[in-house]
Design a protein around this ligand. Sequence first.
Ligand SMILES: [Zn+2]
Length: 197
Amino acid sequence: MLLDKCPHCETSHVQTSPRFEESFDAETNELVWGVIRCQNPKCHRLILVVTSKGIVQYIYPVGSFQLDPKVNISQEIRDDFREAGLCLSAGCYKASMVMSRRVLQRCLKEQGASQRQLVDAIDYVMKEGILRKPFHKVATEIRQYGNLGAHPDDDQLVNVNEKNAKQVLDFVRLLIHDFYEVPAAAENLRQEREGSK
Ligand SMILES: [Zn+2]
C-alpha cells in the first residue's frame, strides 16, 4: 500500500509491502490490523496500520514530528512542536491546541512580536509585514481561537476539535518552514556557491 508518510523516515507517499494482516474482530470484519514495511531503502522499518474499508484509520508509531536537526531552531520550539503533533495524533485536541499556540507565540516572539497576548502578536506581524500576505487569511481565522485566558472558562478550548487543532498545527508548521527552514536552505545555497568559486 501507498502510505501518506512513513512515521520513521518521514518520506511522503512511500510504497510499503505487507507483512501481516488480520481482522481485528472476526465477527464484523470492520477493522483490519496490518503490519507493513517501509520501502525506502534507507528505512525498511515496520509500521502498524489499522484500516477500515481500505482507508487508513491509525498508524503506529504516530509521526515523529521531529524538525530537521540541521536547521537552527530553538529547543523550546522543537519540544513544543513535537508535543503538539503527538497530542494531535493521540486525539488530545485541546492539549495539542495549547502546545501549538505556544509554538506560534514563541515563533512570533523570535520575529520581534513580544506582545503578551497571542492575538496582539498576530496583529503585529500582519501589520508589520513580518507575516507574508498568503498567510494572513488563515492567521485571521486562527486569531479567533483566542488566547489562553487566566480562567479555565476564558481559554475557548471548549470549542477545540480535531479540525481546528490540526489547522493551527499545520499553520505553525508552515511558519517554521518560512521563518527558519527557508532562510537555512538559502544560506546553504550561498555557502555552496562560495565553496565552488
Ligand atoms: Zn520509512
